[in-house]
Design a protein around this ligand. Structure first.
Ligand SMILES: NC(=O)C1=CN([C@@H]2O[C@H](COP(=O)(O)OP(=O)(O)OC[C@H]3O[C@@H](n4cnc5c(N)ncnc54)[C@H](OP(=O)(O)O)[C@@H]3O)[C@@H](O)[C@H]2O)C=CC1
Ligand SMILES: O=C1O[C@H](COP(=O)(O)O)[C@@H](O)[C@H](O)[C@H]1O
Length: 499
């Protein structure tokens, strides 16, 4: 793996007129440019069907950046690197034109034949595009070639395998960058640093000292305009198969022997392999699904999922998943990893709470009043930071304690300095660092785990809706923990900036 600090490459964005390109990709490239991480040796070719001219596309890029970033310094210089080709991705002949354009830009910007193909399109096109890129010779290049693909990577294990095989005909595994945008989040990347750079935590990071780990990713928004996609996906495929299991893998993995892509991925794969597989009849013991009904979002009344656009009025699709994952290895035997994610919940928040075991004896309150457990909270969003919940002496008392919090808040969150997930991931891809992208083995293991749940759920009708919009999900998810003697830590009391 060769990595440079400034980048020289041609970036082809398939789906360049779409939402992802507008909201995430153009602003991220602009940030990289402003930070000097993209030199003048780069060009971007946008591909989509709309019959736009170069000028219209450049204007669209500039508008996207102004809307997203609210800043336009150097924007003309930056946008002058953008080109557009109207092109239906299933049309073979258009790839010849694309190839010619790529060669011209290669020479004009001295790009050394380095090419990144970013597929910001619906997944049914991924195989076709990869096939044509190879067939029409766009991948025959003197420099590197890399394929960046968006989720969803398949719908289940067989479809993911099929997709992978079609991509592998044109690209090697180490040329495929599967995006999981959670892996670009600052505090998700920090999980490894917190664990492996602190003498305080690593010795305690096991079943002798940790009682349970809770990973929450809740959203206030409903399904919005994505009913058509979401009906087939549900929260299990949309969030659990990828983002939630990736966070679990980072929390559970063994320390890698080196911080290289292969070593880190190999430890994550081992953690995913150790997840206890369920038989169909065990699914209800470990997993709970929910679907939001109508309710209140702030002051506004909102409709239930079944009333959303493009959603079946009898829909069986889950908008919430709560689960208990057991990792059957020496480190984690007996420690539940609870996960929950859902739409139309009370707060937008992603947090990890590591709950430590109680000390063997409470000298302070006796048997009547238990000490608060020590918690390590990793705040992923919207606040970024770490809080350690400890017990200290209550003022004026030698026998009473009070909970105190040691907090680090990443206050440098501003639109130019704290890179967004996509910005980091794009930069990593340009540098050839695939650590924060998912390897095929991780994808396959995650699908195998999730498929068991979706097979069971698709064969048993759910009693939906079962949680009110604006709540924290169905009560059955509380029972998952209370059956084990635990409860969900309320995420709104854990905000780092409220400490
Ligand atoms: N939007 C987001 O925030 C996120 C999106 N994703 C994923 O990113 C991908 C893109 O999503 P998004 O941008 O929202 O989708 P959009 O529907 O907004 O955009 C789709 C793009 O594909 C182009 N397109 C469609 N059919 C063809 C065709 N036959 N030939 C050429 N171009 C075509 C469209 O352009 P035109 O109509 O001009 O042809 C448009 O540029 C999806 O896989 C999605 O799951 C993942 C995470 C977040
Ligand atoms: O991948 C997805 O993630 C978003 C949530 O991402 P976040 O960074 O805002 O937490 C989710 O809304 C969407 O349904 C899903 O496809």
């Amino acid at each position: 793996m060769s990595q440079q600090e400034t980048q020289v490459s041609l970036i082809m964005i398939f789906g360049a007129t779409g939402d992802l390109a507008k909201r995430k990709l153009f602003p991220s490239l602009y940030h990289l440019y402003r930070k000097g991480k993209l030199t003048d040796q780069f060009a971007v070719v946008g591909v989509a069907r709309r019959p736009w001219t170069n000028e219209e596309f450049v204007q669209h890029v500039k508008n996207s950046i102004e809307n997203a970033v609210g800043c336009h310094e150097d924007i003309d210089d930056f946008a002058s690197h953008f080109y557009y080709q109207p092109h239906d991705v299933s049309d073979t002949a258009s790839y010849q034109q694309l190839k010619e354009l790529a060669s011209e830009l290669d020479t004009k910007y001295r790009l050394e034949g380095n090419r990144i193909f970013y597929l910001a399109m619906a997944p049914e096109f991924f195989g076709t595009i990869a096939h044509h890129l190879k067939g029409e010779g766009l991948t025959d290049t003197a420099g590197f070639k890399r394929l960046v693909i968006e989720k969803p990577f398949g719908h289940d294990l067989p479809s993911a395998q099929e997709l992978n095989e079609s991509l592998r005909k044109a690209f090697k595994e180490d040329e495929i960058y599967r995006i999981d945008h959670y892996l670009g989040k600052q505090m998700v990347q920090n999980i490894e640093v917190i664990r492996f750079a602190n003498a305080l935590f690593e010795p305690l990071w096991n079943n002798r000292f940790i009682s349970n780990i809770q990973v929450t990713s809740s959203e206030v928004l409903g399904v919005e305009e994505r009913g058509r996609y979401y009906e087939k996906s549900g929260a299990l495929r949309d969030m659990v198969q990828n983002h939630m299991l990736q966070m679990v893998a980072l929390l559970a993995m063994e320390p890698p022997i080196k911080l290289t892509t292969d070593e880190i991925r190999s430890e994550k794969v081992k953690a995913l392999r150790a997840m206890r597989q369920m038989e169909a009849n065990e699914v209800p013991t470990y997993f709970v699904r929910g679907q939001y009904g109508s309710g209140v979002n702030g002051e506004t009344k909102v409709v239930g999922y079944r009333e959303e656009p493009n959603v079946d009025e009898q829909s069986n699709t889950e908008t919430y998943v709560g689960g208990k994952i057991l990792i059957d290895n020496f480190r984690w035997a007996g420690v539940p990893f609870y996960i929950r994610t859902g739409k139309r919940m009370a707060a937008k928040s992603t947090k990890i709470v590591v709950q430590f075991k109680d000390i063997p004896m409470n000298l302070y309150y006796g048997a009547t009043k238990p000490l608060s457990p020590n918690l390590l909270v990793i705040h992923i969003q919207p606040d970024e930071g770490i809080t350690l919940h400890l017990n200290a002496q209550r003022d004026g008392s030698s026998t009473e304690t009070k909970p105190v919090k040691l907090s680090f808040a990443n206050n440098s969150v501003d639109s130019m300095n704290t890179p967004e997930a996509y910005e980091k991931l794009l930069y990593d891809c340009m540098r050839g660092d695939a650590t924060n992208f998912t390897h095929w083995d991780e994808v396959a293991l995650s699908w195998a785990f999730v498929d068991k749940i979706s097979e069971y759920w698709s064969s048993t009708p759910a009693s939906f809706p079962n949680y009110e919009a604006g709540s924290m999900g169905p009560k059955q998810a509380d029972e998952l923990l209370s059956n084990d003697g635990f409860h969900w830590w309320p995420i709104d009391h854990l905000d780092v900036d409220k400490c």
